[in-house]
Design a protein around this ligand. Structure first.
Ligand code: TZP
Ligand code: MG
Length: 227
């Protein structure tokens, strides 16, 4: 059974890790902990360049930080790693394991998120029983080699509408400078809004991750109180 009950998960500020982005002289675990102290509400561990043993070791230590602060940890792509460390859930791309199979393998109560880029994706994620969706890329990003077009805030609104009951975060190029525009501009024609934003480099590459996370959280929180 995951540590964090899924009904209580707050998607306001979703940190996706990027170990290689941490500035020289700064420590990855310290960056994550500082960001959590600043207001990150959920963490996804994303490792594209290491072997399974290292992934598990880094994920385990990252989980300990998250759980010490009472927030969930989600593993990108790898169900086996999620099971190995007792994560709260997994995040799946469009070409990863189908939601139904992931659900059957993971403990009851696990969180499953899906990356969505089109209204068809979010409709399917909802039908498949995903818990949340990540929509993007909303802006240009250096962090990931994109295989799909950048969809902008208008595109995010369209994807939001089709997956209407699922909680959603936007991802891709989100910074303290554009987070407000991202939230306001993404509201769909039917009034569906984002639950939060997911960021990688704005926090991971910062020399002051706690301050950056706090600023992002304040903006998201302010928006949710008075949209
Ligand atoms: N999926 C879509 S864009 C992206 C992912 C994982 C990377 C976002 O990184 P950043 O640094 O917040 O632009
Ligand atoms: Mg993937």
């Amino acid at each position: 059974m995951p540590f964090i009950p899924k009904h209580s998960v707050d998607y306001s500020l979703y940190l996706v890790t990027g170990r290689d982005l941490v500035p020289p002289g700064h420590d990855y675990y310290h960056t994550v902990e500082e960001a959590v102290k600043g207001g990150v509400t959920i963490v996804q561990i994303r490792e594209k360049k290491c072997d399974t043993g290292e992934f598990i070791a880094v994920a385990q230590k990252t989980k300990e930080i998250c759980h010490r602060h009472g927030i969930p940890i989600i593993v990108n792509d790898r169900i086996d790693v999620a099971l190995a460390i007792g994560a709260d859930g997994v995040h799946l791309g469009q070409t990863d394991m189908p939601v139904s199979i992931a659900r059957s393998l993971l403990p009851e109560g696990s969180i499953i998120g899906v990356s969505c880029n089109t209204p068809g994706h979010s409709q399917k994620a909802r039908e498949d029983g995903a818990d949340y969706i990540g929509i993007g890329a909303v802006w240009g990003t250096q962090t990931k080699q994109l295989t799909e077009p950048i969809i902008g805030v208008r595109g995010v609104g369209e994807v939001l509408d089709s997956g209407v009951e699922i909680k959603a975060v936007a991802i891709g190029g989100i910074t303290t400078g554009n987070v407000s525009r991202t939230l306001h501009g993404s509201v769909s024609v039917h009034g569906k809004a984002l639950e939060g934003v997911a960021v990688v480099s704005e926090i991971m590459a910062s020399t002051t991750p706690q301050q950056v996370a706090r600023r992002l959280f304040e903006i998201v929180h302010g928006y949710k109180l008075a949209p």
